[in-house]
Ligand binder design. Sequence first.
Ligand code: PLP
Length: 374
Amino acid sequence: MVTASAFAVGGLVSLSGSALAANYTVPLVNYGPIAGIAKLNANENPYGPSPDAMNAMMQATAKGAYYAAEPYQVLVDMIAEKNALSKTQVSLSSGSSGVLSYAAIAASNKGQILGPDLFWDTTAQAPERMGREKIKRIAKTADLSIDLDALYAAIDGNVAMVHVTNPNNPTGQLLDAGKLREFCIKASKKTLVLVDEAYNEVTDMPETNSMVSLVREGHNVIVAKTFSKIYGLAGMRVGYMLASEENTNDINRYSLGGYAMNQAGLAAAIASYNDEAFLKMSKSKIIEGREMVVDAVKANGLIALPSSTNFVFVDLGKGNAEIFRQKMEEQNVLIRGIYRDYTSWSRVSMGMIPDVQKYVNALPRVLEQTLALS
Ligand SMILES: Cc1ncc(COP(=O)(O)O)c(C=O)c1O
């Protein structure tokens, strides 16, 4: 057995305490950010996992020798019930990156993926990484919002899927629910529409803003969600997709379903899914941090886009976002650098309040250094 005291020692530790676990070493690993580092670069929720999720994971970990068929099914059932969908309309994967990648690959068998100029496109790029077509992108707009009319106009015979991230990452902007709904209904008559709702639970009205009702109504729309953000389980890797049975089957051709999932992640997701108190607490901390950042940005003469998420997209004006990132790192604050050709835009994620405070404190000096070097 690995004892807590074994992990308290630095460097490589010898394990003892049981006849089976003698004479080998396990490297000591940092499973989260190193102490003293404000990690504000990956839109995680450091208030997770919830206490219930921690308990469930302890139990599941003890049964880590077994594949996770039962917990997989339990979580599918819970998600299906809450969304008034059938079990055959829910597919789980290791993070929503799994299902999003499968959807992208499935679409690329038929044609191209269409998206805005800037969005979380890591999975939509999967076909390109496989030597298939690149994402078709519509032009950047002045306010960096997603132009749904332009997106609709860009659907041609070769477009196999439209990818909409709402709220969008890295901009943090939320689309008007009515307009998005109208777009989805219209566009899904021409092609498959994917709505990535990774940050939906952080918005003011998650139910209104979700397009899950369109899946229920039978439109050619799929919705992706994740336990990585407000649920505070990014490292436990659980996400899911809601779609018609036909689309689910198409996407699941690339998935190993329950075999690709781990006990502890599923246990944590099951324990957190309906934990309203934890979600409320997380949301209030996110909003508290966001207000601190928005105030600091203003006080330093900068502009940020209105955010409905756990991150803020800040315009550094004449400042270069990569230099800004490096200078923040020198202050032990990790944030994101440049996206595409958005050279002055910098994304900072919310974290523990003292970590957000570190960003706020560092901002005037780091900005001055950045402007001098840009
Ligand atoms: C919009 C969006 N979708 C999906 C993901 C994928 O996250 P995960 O695979 O952890 O669910 C991210 C990660 O940052 C994201 O920002």
